[in-house]
Ligand binder design. Sequence first.
Ligand code: ADP
Length: 512
Amino acid sequence: MPAPVLYEVNMKQYILALDQGTTSSRAILFDHDGRLCALAQEEFPQIYPQPGWVEHNPKDIWQGQLKVARRAMEQLKLKAEDIAAIGVTNQRETTIVWDKESGEPVYNAIVWQCRRTAPMVDELVKAGWGEKIRAKTGLIPDAYFSATKLAWILDQVEGARQRAEAGELLFGTVDSWLLWNLSGGRLHITDQTNASRTMLYNIHELCWDQELLELFHIPGSVLPEVKPSSTLYGYTDPALFGGAIPLAGAAGDQQAALFGQCCFAPGEVKSTYGTGGFMLMNTGREAVSSQRGLLTTIGLGRADGSVEYALEGSVFVSGALVQWLRDELKLLDESPDSEYYAAKAADSGGVYVVPAFTGLGAPYWNQYARGMMVGLTRSTTKAQLIRASLEAIAYQTADVCAAMEEDSGLALKSIQVDGGASRNDFLMQFQSDILGTVVSRPACVETTALGAAFLAGLGAGFWKDRDEIKHFWSVEALFKPQMPETERARKLKGWHLAVDCALLWGERMKEE
Ligand code: ADP
């Protein structure tokens, strides 16, 4: 990627990565050697107005992100001029609509996990739009993506449609919302990776798709301008950090992690264990179409306007299952304690947990499946339930991995992991066992933020090229498969039976 040299590279400067995740906002400072030098993080409230609905307050997102950015800078006593550039990465698909003048959101952010528009998607598929949407956007029609969420806000919030048509409202995914606020309302942009998750963007023609905009009744005036993932977009409002800082990188969290893991070559794969679970394979200049329920998506928007594609398996609930054990069932004080309990149980005692809280994503794509615990007996222990939950996280990734191997025709020899739950050694060993594949955990598991930093650093000319940043990546732990093949097959068989139960439940309940 050719990087414009904007100024003399000052090796003493830092890159500030803003990582706006589903459960927390993080700000991380990386130095010129790619070392993580400061991190500030804050969780923010999840809003569940009805079963299956998930929202965030956009102001919590912006204020929380600003606060952690300032805190990270304070930790190193940095001023605006010490920051070479800011890179933004974000929970994808989450949809925000706000007033162009006042910056007031017209409704809460509708989060990617939210199922409220599932019936709208059913109707589209019934009307025969499924294949067309897939061909244009690379996505399998689902309430997960932004299009139906945006349509819902315009249709359901009083006055929203008229105001949108009068050009008063702006739509954005979380990257747009942050960049708009960071620039003091000057930039209304998104990058190609985020655009590719809206179900409104044509990933082959690289433009908002007119036919889909008409289908969802979206006025063009609400849409952000689509930019490369790594280029100088503009500057922060000087009032925010005491000086203007270049804004030079943006990508959806999973694509940023793929970049942060230095998966630059076609065939390289990363697997993230955050709130959701996401496995992405770089497929280079080729948009590989999946036969097995994976998504074709934009992996990176290059500065020259071209793109690199990725194949993606999205699992809706991964680390969030542990969070549920902690917050709802109160089985854990802290998420990392799950490792202690899992190790305490010799096995899961035949228990399987299917965390289909918001339906099932790849490779099943069923909007109506719901959570399932099967195989319970009177002797089932708390430790076994926790162990079965961690195992479920690994099984889901194994299903995606199998689909990816079939689609790509490649047998994966190793996967690179990251995300909060990848710190769990039990989970990573079980993942390696159940995949029969080496799992490699990098020294810096904050690869999402690292990816955003790489993009911003390249965009601002702070780093020269990919070869330079590749040296920043190193392995911290390798997990090698140890489970006998017969045991692996037996466990996977049990898991697939449990998934069948969750699917059957969903189908029967839908018929009711
Ligand atoms: P996101 O970026 O989606 O907000 P993170 O990558 O920060 O998510 O991961 C947080 C998720 O990982 C939470 O759902 C949390 O419960 C889970 N988690 C964090 N640490 C561990 C751990 N050691 N073991 C299991 N799960 C964990």
